[in-house]
Design a protein around this ligand. Structure first.
Ligand code: CA
Length: 226
């Protein structure tokens, strides 16, 4: 499903960046430049969440939010704010915002926060209900597959993941992983293990945001939770 995200922003560069990012993340953004157009669009129905700039050419974002709230107390609103005094007002709860981001912001972060808001509003399924693809070790092919997707791993990433997967839920210290994967002769350090865990996690999450099977045990090491 493609929830409609209404972007209310009068700066074309910001609106374009947001529209592009949200589209690439599977949302259906709809952009308007004024408060009046925003209220008219919401009136038509189907808007799942509003991303609302505070400084608009006609009504202020605060006024737009007030008018939205007067009609629909549940429609989630995320403010885009440029100044700290705006943030104070947004956070003061008098406005009824659900979240805010301060400009300049990362469009990916906006997308991630919107996803959280939509889950909270029940528009998107909770992550627990979305099954992450199953990881499968193919030792003959020296590959790990996530669902139908073959992970593009370096030699050491593969060996490290294989070692963890072969004994699920067992906690390995960094030294044990170094010995098992890099061997005794290597001049690798604990940080080598951490760096490879980090890239492994990034590759797994790139397949699915829910795919995060490597657990960190502080002061102990790492384990694989299937
Ligand atoms: Ca503005």
């Amino acid at each position: 499903m493609n929830p409609v995200i209404l972007i209310v922003e009068d700066e074309p560069a910001i609106a374009d960046t947001l529209t592009w990012t949200l589209t690439s993340e599977g949302f259906a953004p709809c952009h308007v430049s004024t408060g009046g157009a925003a209220l008219a669009r919401i009136e038509q129905g189907g808007v799942a969440v509003v991303v609302l700039d505070v400084g608009l050419p006609d009504l202020s974002g605060f006024e737009v939010c007030r008018r939205i709230r007067a009609k629909d107390a549940a429609l989630p609103v995320m403010f885009l704010t440029a100044r700290s005094e705006e943030i104070d007002r947004v956070l003061g709860f008098e406005i009824g915002a659900d979240d805010y981001v301060a400009k300049p912001f990362s469009p990916r972060e906006v997308a991630a926060r919107l996803r959280v808001m939509l889950r909270r509003a029940g528009v998107l399924a909770a992550p627990a209900l979305q099954a992450a693809p199953l990881l499968a070790l193919d030792e003959a092919a020296a590959q790990v597959r996530a669902g139908s997707h073959s992970l593009a791993l370096t030699r050491y990433e593969y060996l490290l993941l294989r070692h963890l997967m072969q004994q699920p839920n067992r906690v390995f210290s960094r030294e044990q992983l170094l010995d098992a994967v890099w061997g005794q002769d290597s001049d690798s350090t604990d940080r080598t293990v951490d760096a490879h865990i980090k890239t492994l996690r990034a590759k797994l999450r790139a397949v699915s945001a829910e795919l995060d099977p490597i657990q960190t045990h502080r002061g102990l090491g790492y384990s694989f939770a299937p």
